[in-house]
Design a protein around this ligand. Structure first.
Ligand SMILES: Nc1nc2c(ncn2[C@@H]2O[C@H](COP(=O)(O)OP(=O)(O)OP(=O)(O)O)[C@@H](O)[C@H]2O)c(=O)[nH]1
Ligand SMILES: [Mg+2]
Length: 280
């Protein structure tokens, strides 16, 4: 995973700006479990008034009811958001429709000038949100590369999607929100920033707290012991007890339980769960 330094950010900013010049619609890939945490802090500025579609990816891992509320939240803001699971090939159609809707004003302008050309699309997002998976999902099996078209930097490949869209096959990788502590916790939980950035114990406490807030029955269901009324530390201890994680001298191995909690969340064993909700 990339460690972000100012030099990397400047390079990413340059690449996105260059790509924006070649494309008509920007698809911003977010993690449905933590949409605000997985936004790039500067993307709004970079995109200006470029038509945009927000993809709430990995919706298969998020709480469906919370995702619904996020969709309403984006609609209220006048943004176009699409829930998405890049691992299901039948997701593509709804995103393609979303992109076409976002591009409609541009296409109308072209039509008024008698221009008929495909809508060019870029995919952008922070690491690990699923940009490459979204591209593969849209491209499908009949992945037809359009080839290097004139005016395009050599090396960039366009993929034809249906009859109306061309997708740039290299995603724009952007830096995550590094300053915001709440976002950092979510990013660490979903594995979008390096683990070394955060203390594992602090992450597990934050995660236990979020789980208790967002999905109070999830731990109970997974570990089959009561968790209600426990502090986050108490939850970790209950997990250690339940799993028999003991150190010499009969002390519970809390670090091992903390690490287990993080792993189980990341691998989806705790069930569908959202870490951020629009109300919070
Ligand atoms: N459950 C689930 N997993 C997904 C989904 N989309 C992607 N993933 C997984 O998320 C991980 C990251 O996906 P990538 O497509 O490599 O993400 P990326 O944004 O291209 O990552 P970078 O290239 O590192 O920036 C992989 O393990 C994917 O299998 C999804 O919709 N649901
Ligand atoms: Mg990728």
């Amino acid at each position: 995973m990339i460690q972000w330094y100012p030099g990397h950010m400047a390079k990413a900013r340059r690449e996105i700006t260059e790509t924006l010049r070649l494309t008509d619609v920007a698809v911003e890939v977010l993690d449905a479990r933590a949409p605000l945490a997985t936004e790039n802090p500067d993307l709004n500025k970079l995109l200006g008034n470029k038509p945009r579609v927000v993809v709430l990816n990995k919706e298969d891992r998020a709480d469906a009811a919370v995702t619904k509320r996020w969709l309403a939240w984006y609609t209220e803001k006048g943004a176009q958001a699409v829930p998405f699971c890049a691992l299901r090939s039948n997701s593509a159609a709804s995103l393609i429709r979303g992109i076409e809707r976002a591009a409609a004003p541009v296409v109308e302008k072209w039509a008024a000038k008698g221009v008929n050309k495909p809508i060019r699309v870029m995919i952008a997002g922070i690491p690990n949100v699923g940009k490459s998976s979204v591209i593969n999902c849209l491209a499908g099996n009949a992945r037809a590369k359009v080839g290097a078209t004139p005016g395009v930097t050599r090396g960039k490949q366009w993929i034809r999607i249906g009859s109306r869209l061309e997708l740039l096959d290299t995603p724009g990788i952007l830096w995550p929100k590094l300053e915001d502590q709440d976002a950092a916790m979510c990013l660490a939980a979903i594995n979008a920033i390096r683990d070394e950035v955060l203390d594992e114990w602090a992450l597990s406490i934050d995660l236990a707290q979020r789980i208790n807030r967002c999905s109070p029955k999830a731990l109970e269901k997974r570990f089959e012991v009561p968790f209600s009324g426990l502090s986050p530390e108490g939850c970790i201890e209950a997990i250690a007890k339940r799993r028999g994680f003991l150190l010499r001298g009969g002390v519970y191995d809390l670090e091992r339980a903390a690490s287990l909690l993080i792993d189980e969340f990341r691998s989806g064993k705790l069930g569908r769960m959202s870490l951020q909700s629009p109300e919070a």
